[in-house]
Design a binder for this molecule. Structure first.
Ligand code: DNO
Length: 403
């Protein structure tokens, strides 16, 4: 398994020098400064490659840009509105430029309006570590009382609506602002930074886009990009919805195993693949991550290894981000399923037998709490997760013990 690490570019407070010490082999990055819908030029891609390749004193870092996360899909493409055809062309041009530069794995998602979202970015655990958390009552309070979305009442039970009203009544103004920021103003890596007004406007434009229609739009997108990826030797990998439930009345169509089975069949080409994110999918009790790796593994081009602790047994419930080997996903079983997939690929002579993974997110521990890097992406918390995962990989690969 190829060890990678997400780097948000030169502004990231966790530097290439730090990452080199963490001992990973490859980098996951994106041109976050290029507005969604614009072409990623070869010049900009080469510049990011050069930034990755050098340490601050100019010595070679030996790191390479292995995975793009994300090449964002515009809202216009998801809605098939406005400039969607032009955006498809720019998407394809960016793919060509990435292929020319030798950056071959491209992660994206198809979540309408919101990318990943949380209600708390620094939830304090009994140990003093902090982590990200999703609290459904807070989310409902946001939807009903801050965003004041038309129709929001219908999406929550009476009990949840009442709890959300009580929660909102107790919230300070600062907490209201913070909650809105956490939920919609864009967490690291999100394609857009929307204001509340932008979100309302988008919701209005999505009025006629239900799950069925969104799936049709996604199939049209895949038909444009997957054959090209195949031709260029690229691997596309769709990231699941996070959390994997409909939010704000919007459909979410990449939340469960059958969604991914649909995806790989929609355009049945090896290039049309999956980012298996155990953290996103693991927020639902009905997602069996090791089983998904077994069944869909031949199309998993990228792995996000992360764990969550579900605080209820509901499909739609509260959860927080746990340590990598704690939480509700059996990480050992998942890693073993990934190693078994790699063994199958090796036996088949596949060139992509070494699947890139990154330790996804991490709790803020020790000096992370001073450094204040991007939410979810601390240096030490991720390094601890990586070290634990390395241990599982080493033990599971030892003396033929891989599953
Ligand atoms: C969160 C991330 C997501 C992810 C995108 C992929 O930490 O996993 O922002 O990068 O959804 O397109």
């Amino acid at each position: 398994m190829r060890q990678t690490w997400r780097w948000f570019g030169p502004k990231d407070l966790v530097s290439i020098d730090d990452i080199r010490q963490a001992g990973v082999e490859g980098i996951v990055s994106a041109l976050h400064h290029v507005p969604t819908g614009n072409v990623w030029t070869l010049k900009e891609i080469e510049q990011r490659k050069a930034e990755i390749a050098a340490m601050s004193d100019g010595a070679p870092s030996t790191l390479t840009w292995d995975v793009v996360e994300s090449l964002p899909v515009s809202e216009d493409i998801k809605k098939q509105a406005g400039n969607w055809r032009a955006h498809l062309e720019t998407y394809r041009d960016s793919m060509r430029n990435l292929a020319t530069a030798g950056v071959n794995t491209i992660c994206y998602n198809f979540m309408p309006v919101l990318d990943w979202t949380r209600t708390d970015l620094a939830y304090r655990l009994p140990t003093g570590a902090t982590c990200m958390r999703f609290d459904l009552t807070d989310f409902a309070a946001f939807d009903l009382h801050i965003l004041e979305r038309v129709g929001a009442e219908e999406d929550f039970s009476d009990a949840l609506r009442e709890a959300a009203s009580r929660r909102f009544a107790e919230m300070s103004d600062d907490r209201k602002t913070q909650l809105a920021r956490n939920v919609v103003f864009g967490l690291p890596g999100a394609a857009e930074n929307f204001s509340l007004e932008d979100v309302r406007q988008h919701l209005d434009e999505y009025r006629t886009v239900d799950a069925h229609r969104l799936r049709t739009h996604m199939a049209a997108f895949l038909e444009e990009v997957a054959p090209l990826a195949q031709e260029l030797g690229l691997r596309l990998c769709c990231h699941p919805d996070d959390p994997p439930i409909p939010l704000l009345g919007l459909p979410r169509i990449m939340s469960v195993e059958t969604d991914f089975t649909w995806l790989v069949n929609a355009v049945d080409l090896p290039a049309n693949g999956i980012t298996l994110c155990s953290g996103s999918l693991g927020a639902r009790p009905d997602n069996d991550l090791p089983g998904m790796m077994d069944r869909l593994g031949d199309r998993v081009h990228f792995l996000h290894l992360r764990n969550v602790k579900r605080e209820t047994d509901q499909i739609r419930g509260d959860f927080h981000e746990a340590e990598h080997l704690a939480g509700d996903t059996d990480m050992v079983a998942l890693v073993r399923a990934a190693l078994a997939e790699e063994a199958r690929r090796r036996a088949a002579g596949r060139a992509d037998a070494n699947i890139p993974f990154r330790p996804d997110h991490g709790q803020d521990i020790l000096d992370d709490q001073k450094r204040q890097a991007q939410p979810g992406y601390p240096a030490i918390g991720r390094l601890k997760g990586l070290a634990e995962l390395r241990g599982v990989i080493a033990a599971s690969s030892h003396a033929g013990e891989a599953a």
